[in-house]
Write a protein that binds this ligand. Structure first.
Ligand SMILES: [Zn+2]
Length: 96
């Protein structure tokens, strides 16, 4: 069944140490490590790295400093390594 956009909206977002937990409107939960999220970054820089055969570098002890919401449709995490250009649409986050 295809989830509607409304179902994709998180009701709760929490970061504990190196784990991001998102609770969704439909009651399900997504738990992701900060490293997984950082590796999955789709910003222009990381996409360029991938095209050139490099994976985003994940520093030891990487954390999320802040999560900005993008018009209820996506999130923009600020990583402790200063990386803050990745936009993660909710449907992409659920796929990770
Ligand atoms: Zn990136």
């Amino acid at each position: 069944m295809q989830a509607t956009t409304l179902d994709m909206t998180p009701t709760d977002i929490a970061v504990h140490d190196d784990t991001l937990r998102i609770r969704w409107q439909d009651g399900s939960e997504t738990s992701l490590s900060v490293a997984t999220l950082r590796r999955a970054c789709r910003c222009a820089f990381c996409e360029k790295d991938r095209r050139e055969g490099r994976e985003p570098v994940v520093a030891d002890g990487l954390r999320i400093r802040e999560i900005r919401l993008v018009a209820d449709k996506a999130m923009n995490p600020v990583f402790s390594d200063g990386h803050e250009r990745g936009i993660y649409p909710w449907d992409y986050v659920r796929m990770l």
